[in-house]
Design a protein around this ligand. Structure first.
Ligand code: HEC
Ligand code: HEC
Length: 295
């Protein structure tokens, strides 16, 4: 029995070491400077809008109305998955328990490379595969907004995962398979509006994280983008197909007052965020992109 275990574990360990040695490292300050316009200064007001379009609060806001930290970014409800529960951590600028001592480089690496300042590989329960498509400027605006909020000392609970998933090194081979190089690829055969929609849907909006079916490794199936998917939690509604809907159906789905999305749906937070924070142009860009998708 022991010998069999060894023969299973040994190749895995060798592959893991190989991967760890060959995987592209973190982005450096130079990489990040090369990705922003000269003279760019992060703006917390712009960042507040981008933060809402990115849905950061959906996972990181404390959701317990009894708690003193209700509606603060001290960490949200656990994301329950078949391999265990992930606790979205405290992302307030507290120096001890939040991200208050993170540099811009630390923050960008977490958001687009899925790696912590200490080198821990995050699990894809944190949708960094989508955020990897977001511009460094938008991300630095989000950081400026988050850092303009109050730092709150709240230690996040550790994730409660089944063996062997507690070992975050397992996220490394997953990232090699499914995490793209950072940046958004502009499609020159389409309009600027279509591309803006593609940027919002695939990047900040991470719409595919609910609307695209996943494979056995929990990765979104790239040949079935926005085709609809079953929910993570029992009892929740499935996310319907949104590729190729009429523009009005898409606009209604993002409009809090249209009644298209029920208040108990996991979509409702997205609908509220886009109703209250997205510009008319951005909503129309999303409708243009998704209605054209797969046509
Ligand atoms: C679907 C839920 C979800 C959304 C949406 C989400 N996060 Fe997270 N986030 C997580 C989880 C879960 C982790 C922990 C991942 C891990 O430890 O493997 C995390 C980790 C982080 C971390 C690392 C914190 C640390 O202490 O290591 C940062 C920073 C972060 N998220 C910022 C953001 C920002 C900014 C946004 C919006 C653009 C966002 N997150 C949206 C779930 C989410
Ligand atoms: C947290 C999961 C989740 C995310 C993220 C999400 N959706 Fe949804 N979406 C759903 C669910 C679930 C429904 C079904 C809601 C209902 O029937 O009440 C839905 C419904 C919709 C509808 C209505 C479809 C119809 O047939 O009426 C549209 C349009 C839509 N979503 C677009 C989007 C867009 C665009 C994004 C990204 C900006 C997005 N969704 C992000 C889960 C999600």
């Amino acid at each position: 029995m022991k010998r069999i275990t060894l023969w299973v574990i040994l190749p895995v360990v060798i592959i893991a070491i190989f991967v760890a040695l060959t995987y592209p490292g973190k982005l450096t300050e130079q990489d990040i400077l090369a990705g922003v316009k000269d003279g760019f200064i992060p703006d917390p007001h712009r960042g507040e809008v981008v933060f809402h379009l990115g849905g950061c609060g959906d996972c990181h806001l404390n959701n317990d109305s009894e708690s003193a930290n209700f509606n603060k970014l001290t960490g949200g409800d656990p994301l329950v998955t078949p391999i265990g529960a992930f606790y979205p951590p405290n992302i307030t600028p507290d120096l001890n328990t939040g991200i208050g001592n993170w540099s811009d480089v630390d923050f960008i690496n977490a958001m687009v490379r899925g790696i912590s300042p200490e080198g821990v590989h995050y699990s894809p329960s944190f949708p960094y595969t989508a955020y990897a498509k977001v511009s460094f400027e938008d991300l630095l605006d989000i950081k400026a907004y988050v850092f303009s909020l109050e730092g709150l000392e709240v230690k996040s609970p550790p994730h409660d995962l089944r063996f062997p998933f507690k070992y975050s090194i397992l996220n490394l081979p997953w990232k090699m398979l499914y995490l793209d190089e950072p940046g958004f690829e502009f499609n020159t055969t389409k309009s600027a509006e279509w591309n803006r929609g593609a940027y919002l849907v695939n990047g900040l909006g991470h719409c595919g994280s609910c609307h695209t079916p996943r494979n056995v490794l929990f990765a979104e199936q790239s040949d079935q983008l926005f085709a609809g998917a079953s929910p993570f939690k029992d009892g929740e509604k499935p996310a319907p197909r949104i590729a190729g809907l009429a523009p009005d159906e898409i606009l209604n789905g993002l409009d809090e007052w249209s009644g298209a999305v029920s208040e108990t749906s996991s979509m409702y937070l997205v609908t509220q965020a886009y109703s209250n924070h997205a510009s008319r142009e951005d909503l129309e860009a999303i409708a243009t992109y998704l209605s054209d998708f797969g046509q």
